[in-house]
Design a protein around this ligand. Structure first.
Ligand code: FES
Ligand SMILES: [Fe+2]
Length: 440
């Protein structure tokens, strides 16, 4: 393609109609500056799971884009998201991962704030001679904080839609995981590690890139770790604000029905919480992976207990992981990974589920080793001037077939006959709108 070597104008980094995305989306620090200014300040961003801060006074430190924040539960039980930056001289206020505190004292000069953000103490206060009004110098607070099915999100943009509107039809598929149980809980603090890659590579990969699996993760077949490989039917689902989901289902239903390796004793709970359509669809699901735009992904699949590798599929155990791709510049990100389990499951099942998560998608997980290597090699390959000029191909399945049997809100597409890159195109279309204010 001759167009692959042409210089591109700065305002056309995505050409959705042609299925093209500029390499500069992943490699240009000026593009990253725009993301920091226009995307991470205006999008709803995941900040914590409710089970991480259950009690008044509990807090965790997180980032929204590169802005450090405190996620606190105040004495009133309300969750607030506060910029973790002292209003005096901008020192980061709190450096620990989390805990329980009524107040935070800045280690530099001692300005002290309550966990609801008010400035409550200032050393040498009288020396300001009445010119410092404490009520005007509280911590910067995110105007929007809300949660959906235990997932807490925040947004800096006062004009943003509500979280419910923002998630929109994504809620139907999120409910298949986060809404099926009465409650989920984290299996522990998030695992974190730094990867030398652009953050969007994780978002796109987890929201709709099934065709990397046989190649990137081909070791499972090569080593015979999957004893039976049932035929699959997959759906790609897209939504208004760029959230994307892929769902892999059993086509030939194994017996007994797999239900994703979920605990049988929780079936009445799932049935009570889900609609009849959702519950009957759940029996076929093999894997669900989605991305809530821009940088939260989730995955629910199943794996064998360590002692049962190669056993039949019905022996597998379900696990859920949340994964957040936290930017650290255009060529580096911090990976945050949580394991989640159904709160009402037995302790034994929770332990097995956590083990399955850690062995596959934890920091040392066998699948987790594969993906970041691709992404960091992409980022390494794009350091040079010539590679920066490339258009990258996202054009597979430009007009995918609508899925007539998808039981949730449309649009959804079948990928069993023809694979498609529709989900990533929708993600980058939304990304372009956020940066440039116009569709591509
Ligand atoms: S920078 Fe925080 S008290 Fe001075
Ligand atoms: Fe992967």
């Amino acid at each position: 393609m001759t167009q692959q070597l042409t210089q591109q104008p700065t305002d056309a980094l995505v050409r959705t109609g042609e299925g093209l995305v500029s390499a500069r989306c992943f490699s240009d620090p000026r593009v990253y500056d725009m993301e920091r200014e226009r995307l991470f300040t205006r999008s709803w961003l995941f900040v914590a799971h409710e089970s991480e801060i259950p009690q008044p006074g509990d807090f965790v430190t997180r980032t929204m884009g590169e802005d450090p924040v405190l996620v606190t539960r105040g004495p009133d039980g309300v969750v607030r998201v506060l910029l973790n930056v002292c209003r005096h001289r901008a020192r980061m206020l709190c450096s620990v991962d989390g805990g329980n505190a009524s107040h935070f004292m800045c280690p530099y000069h001692g300005w002290t704030y309550s966990n609801t953000g008010e400035l409550t103490g200032v050393p040498y206060f009288e020396s300001y001679q009445g010119r410092l009004v404490k009520g005007e110098w509280g911590l910067q607070e995110a105007p929007h904080v809300d949660s959906y099915r235990g997932l807490i999100f925040a947004c800096w943009d006062a004009a943003a839609p509500s979280l419910g509107d923002y998630l929109g039809s994504m809620k139907w598929t999120m409910d298949l995981i986060f809404g099926r149980a009465d409650a989920f809980e984290v299996t522990g603090p998030p695992q974190r590690w730094v990867v030398d890659c652009n953050w969007k590579l994780g978002s796109g990969n987890f929201g709709g890139n099934l065709h990397h699996v046989p190649v990137t993760h081909g070791f499972t077949t090569a080593l015979g770790l999957k004893a039976t490989r049932s035929r699959r039917q997959s759906y790609y689902v897209t939504t208004r604000f760029g959230h994307i989901v892929s769902v892999g289902c059993h086509l030939d239903m194994p017996h007994p029905k797999p239900y994703l390796g979920l605990p049988r004793d929780l079936m009445p709970e799932y049935q009570r919480n889900l609609s009849p359509e959702q519950f009957s669809f759940m029996e076929r699901i093999q894997t669900m992976a989605g991305t809530v735009f821009p940088n939260l992904s989730y995955l629910n699949t199943s794996s064998h207990r360590p002692s049962e590798w190669g056993a039949p599929p019905e022996k597998e155990v379900s696990f859920v992981t949340l994964r957040q791709w936290q930017p650290l510049g255009h060529d580096k990100m911090e990976m945050w990974s949580w394991g989640l389990v159904e709160k009402n499951a037995s302790e034994e099942w929770k332990r097995d589920s956590k083990t399955c998560y850690q062995r596959t998608f934890g920091a040392a997980g066998v699948f987790e080793q594969d993906d970041p290597e691709n992404w960091s090699e992409i980022t390494r390959g794009l350091r040079g001037a010539m590679a920066n000029r490339l258009w990258l191909h996202y054009g597979m399945g430009q007009t995918p077939s609508p899925a007539p049997d998808w039981p949730g809100p449309p649009p959804a597409y079948n990928t069993d006959r023809a694979m498609s890159e529709i989900n990533e195109r929708v993600f980058y279309q939304r990304w372009h709108e956020m940066l440039y204010g116009q569709p591509t």
